[in-house]
Structure formats: structure tokens, C-alpha cells
Design a protein around this ligand. Sequence first.
Ligand SMILES: Nc1ncnc2c1ncn2[C@@H]1O[C@H](COP(=O)(O)OP(=O)(O)OP(=O)(O)O)[C@@H](O)[C@H]1O
Length: 249
Amino acid sequence: MTSTTSGPLLRIAGLSSGYGRVGVLEAISIDVDPHEIVVILGPNGAGKTTLLNSISGVARPSAGSIAFEGRDITGMRPEQVVRLGITHCPEGRQIFQRLTVEENLVAAHIGRGGKSFEALRAEVFELFPVLKERRNGMASRMSGGQQQMLAIGRALMAEPKLLMLDEPSLGLAPKIVHQIFRIILDLSRNGISILLVEQNVQLALECGDYAYLLNTGKVKLHGPAQEMAAHSALREHYLGGASEDVLHV
Ligand SMILES: Nc1ncnc2c1ncn2[C@@H]1O[C@H](COP(=O)(O)OP(=O)(O)OP(=O)(O)O)[C@@H](O)[C@H]1O
């Protein structure tokens, strides 16, 4: 196992994965380059969350490999994966509802990258001033948008090199969604690579660099985000009935 800084940050090659005997992903190959926002699209049940779960060590790969910075992390336990610099911000936010904003941030600080809790908290408060205002308030009392901000803030406390976001716009008002996407772009400009699962196809492709379309556990289409946005097959896939071939835009 060698570690290298050239090549993709994350390389998934021929990955099959699922839960116990339930196979979900079939021979998936995906790359995320440093500083890139890579978007994962696909209808309900396509396997998008399973992909993130496989990277973060929650779902078990049965074939293929996952390499991060050139190091094989296939099948590693979640706490090891986080320590290497991959943070998963799950769908549904999963913050500690009965803790305050501040307590949520404390719980997420694992001392991975060397920055102090205070320094990281200051960065999170700068990105999300509302979290500073509500730092002593109970998480459960916050709006959906504020809870999503807290979920991202928590993920940042682990100083990720790769941040995986699972449907961060789900259930949020358009104004808040745009705010969240602006933050995602800022994070990527600051050097964090992003793997973004998103149902808001248009916004995700506007913000992303490269995109993959999953359906029934397979990559059906992939290419630069701008070209994907113009691709009629993308629409067909959402409506069903597209060809079984993998199309490379
Ligand atoms: N814990 C689990 N155990 C067994 N099967 C699961 C589990 N979680 C998900 N699945 C199954 O895996 C398949 C893919 O689910 P997954 O959540 O990865 O899809 P998705 O693309 O993220 O969809 P959604 O947009 O609905 O979240 C589905 O058929 C689902 O029923």
C-alpha cells in the first residue's frame, strides 16, 4: 500500500457492494480529483446512498476497490475512514437533536488535522453565522435549513479532505438551498473535494465539475457536469427507459 499525492483523490474501481446478502452496486467506477465537486445523480433506489455508505465503511464491498490518496481503503471501518479525511454528511442530517449547536460541534471534533476546536468552530461560525447566534440553542429547535448547516458544520469539524454530502437540499426552501450550494462551492474553492448526492439535478450540475448518473446500481452515464446538463439521456433516465449501455459524454 503506497500513498501518493498525484492522480485522483478517490478512485473507485469495479465496486460491487450492498448490505449482507443484498447486492446494490454492480461494478461501479468513479474518480474524484482534488478540488473537484463530483455529483452523483439517480432516481430513488439507484444506490447513491449505498455508494457513500461503501466509501465511509457502512456498507460492505463484495468486489472491486476504493482507494483514497492512493491507499486502499476498501472495507475499512467508519472511524478509520474519517481519520483519513473522508467525512460523510448523511441524508436526514442526523445531528444530535437534544444537544445544543455548540455541543454538536464538540462531539464532532476528533482532532484529526491538527487544528484546535476553537479554530475549527470559528471557521464554521464564519461560514454559518446563524450557528454562532444559536450556539447555545437546542438543535431540535432550529429550522430544517439551520439543521442542515449544523450537519455540514459538524462534518467540517473533522477537517475533511473529501466531504460527502447526501441530499443536502432535501426539504429546504429554495433560498436556503441556494445558500447551501454557495457554501459547497466555497468549500471546494478552499480545497475540500466534494462528492455530492443530489436530487436537484439542475443546481447540482451548475455547481459540479463532473457527474455520474446511477440507475439500478450501475453507472449509466458520466461526463463533465456542463455536458451532462445538456444531455437528453439524462432526462430519459429520470423518465425511465434509457439504454443499458454506459454513455460517456
Ligand atoms: N440497510 C439496507 N439493507 C438492505 N437494503 C438496503 C439498505 N439500505 C438500502 N437498501 C436498498 O438498496 C437499494 C439502494 O438504496 P439507496 O438508499 O442506496 O438508494 P438511493 O439512490 O440513495 O435512493 P434514495 O434517493 O431513495 O435515497 C434500495 O433497493 C434499497 O432498498
